[in-house]
Design a protein. Structure first.
Length: 227
């Protein structure tokens, strides 16, 4: 699934609805009372939706190109790049933003979004002799928006994460510069997406498409095109 077909799916009401389940609202209230749930959305309906779409394919089934999914393993307290396992399960785990999604329990281990430590993972290829060019697409939001004129707990947590993620990304850029490989960095600036602002999805897609359109002008050191 590519291009217009993929865009149509992402903008569909069915896709948006798949993120919500009947217990999302009570979880939302209990979450801030610290009474049990680890997030608002469980991912159960999304799992059903994606399974209907993708089937029971595994990550290792994908060839040319292959796929790696970044997840944060809470059981082992580390970030991992998953190259094997259920495609649907680890897709959901890799987007399970803490507090927004519940912790995803897979194979007796607990996972959340890999972006907790690695928003834009690419350093796993810096030591790979088979890789000569790395294309990194980094998404940066405009100034963070605040619903209240004062700092609340979630606002502080989100901004603190942004500070940590930015510093880690700059360190990874330094590693890339020292690797000897050609590492191309592209950046897309977007508005900050919200939980219930699915109407902004088209703007986000268009911003990414505009960045991708500039790829044709990029050249490798030997003069060949990157695309």
């Amino acid at each position: 699934m590519r291009g217009e077909e993929l865009e149509k799916l992402m903008l569909s009401f069915q896709f948006t609805r798949a993120f919500f389940d009947l217990l999302s609202i009570p979880r939302f209230h209990l979450l801030f009372l610290n009474l049990g749930p680890s997030g608002i959305f469980s991912g159960s309906r999304l799992r059903t939706f994606l399974t209907r779409l993708i089937g029971d394919r595994r990550i290792e089934d994908l060839k040319d190109p292959t796929l790696e999914l970044a997840v944060s393993n809470l059981t082992r307290n580390c970030m991992q790049m998953k190259r094997e396992g259920s495609l649907v399960d680890f897709m959901i785990a890799s987007l399970a933003v803490p507090l927004l999604f519940t912790v995803q329990r897979l194979d007796k281990e607990d996972y959340v979004d890999g972006g907790v430590a690695t928003e834009t993972p690419f350093e796993q290829w810096l030591d790979d002799p088979s890789v000569h060019t790395i294309l990194v697409h980094h998404i940066r939001h405009h100034e963070g928006r605040r619903f209240l004129p004062w700092w609340n707990a979630t606002g502080v947590a989100a901004s603190a994460h942004t500070v940590a993620a930015t510093e880690l990304f700059l360190k990874r850029r330094q590693l890339a510069a020292a690797s000897g490989k050609q590492v191309i960095f592209l950046e897309t600036q977007t508005i900050h997406p919200g939980i219930f602002q699915w109407k902004t999805a088209r703007n986000l897609i268009e911003a990414g498409a505009l960045t991708a359109a500039g790829l044709s002008s990029l050249r490798r050191p030997d003069g060949s095109s990157t695309v």
